[in-house]
Design a protein around this ligand. Structure first.
Ligand SMILES: C[S@@+](CC[C@H](N)C(=O)[O-])C[C@H]1O[C@@H](n2cnc3c(N)ncnc32)[C@H](O)[C@@H]1O
Length: 244
């Protein structure tokens, strides 16, 4: 039987998943951008671009980038000419990298980095036209609660775009992907980051994630509608889109 993604934690200690996730991302923040682009050969940039292109249909002016990390999805969303982007994350060290990038780019008047938890948001109902989450929902301690909060802060008719790694269906691509993901990534992650568990957690959490139609059902149960899932790059990543 598949283990629930909420039960997959980075470390073997018995404390909350949320505490572990925060400390894991605090540990790898200094290397996150480098490793992210290295391990995905830069394709992650194209996936965020595609997501932004899809939500451009509603011309969002107020955007939340949840689980923003070092802010790459938020920076990509600047292409939509929004009035405001609020970039939220649990990990202060990840946010600090994003804050520096924001200063260097001179985009502080539009992007605001805020420490926060997807499951307990300090924003009023319907505060945003669109919400983006890149490679973040898998880490939520309570997936349904986190998504319901995101639905609450999205206005009626607004959109959510979620990116998550996924398993390709083509057997050959799946085999190569498994080799890369299960064996190569943890080794590279161990060499370059200070946290040996982080990149094994990445594989285990992707394996346990309810992908495709299953995740669409969770989106619906959390307050979204008209869900769709688009496999990207032979299905190694999936873009989920839905309306509130
Ligand atoms: C893999 S990083 C993704 C960063 C970025 N979105 C990207 O596209 O590269 C996942 C981020 O999710 C954050 N995160 C996990 N659970 C969270 C939660 N409940 N609330 C806010 N952020 C969370 C982590 O701190 C981490 O920075």
């Amino acid at each position: 039987m598949r283990i629930q993604v909420e039960k997959i934690r980075p470390y073997s200690e018995s404390n909350d998943k949320k505490v572990q996730i925060e400390s894991m991302f605090d540990n790898i923040a200094h290397r996150y951008d480098f490793l992210n682009h290295l391990l995905s050969a830069g394709i992650d940039i194209l996936w965020r671009k595609r997501a932004i292109q899809e939500i451009s249909i509603i011309n969002p002016k107020r955007i939340m980038d949840m689980a923003t990390g070092t802010g790459d999805f938020a920076f990509e969303a600047l292409k939509l000419n929004p009035e405001k982007i609020v970039a939220v994350d649990l990990s202060q060290n990840m946010l600090d990298v994003g804050i520096l990038k924001n200063q260097k780019r001179g985009t502080e008047s539009i992007i605001e980095f805020v420490k926060g938890d997807s499951e307990k948001l300090d924003f009023e109902d319907e505060s945003f036209d669109a919400v983006t989450v890149g490679f973040g929902v898998r880490n939520f301690e309570n997936l349904k609660l986190g998504l319901s909060e995101l639905a609450r802060v999205t206005r009626a008719g607004g959109m959510i775009a979620v990116l998550e790694p996924s398993f390709p269906t083509n057997p050959l691509v799946k085999f190569v992907f498994q080799l890369h993901f299960k064996y190569l990534m943890p080794v590279i992650g161990r060499i370059f980051s200070r946290d040996p568990s982080a990149y094994s957690y990445l594989h285990n959490s992707v394996e346990a994630f309810p992908e495709g139609e299953k995740f669409c059902e969770i989106l619906k149960a959390s307050g979204f509608r008209d869900t769709k899932h688009l496999p990207l790059s032979f299905g190694i990543c999936t873009l989920y889109l839905a309306y509130k």
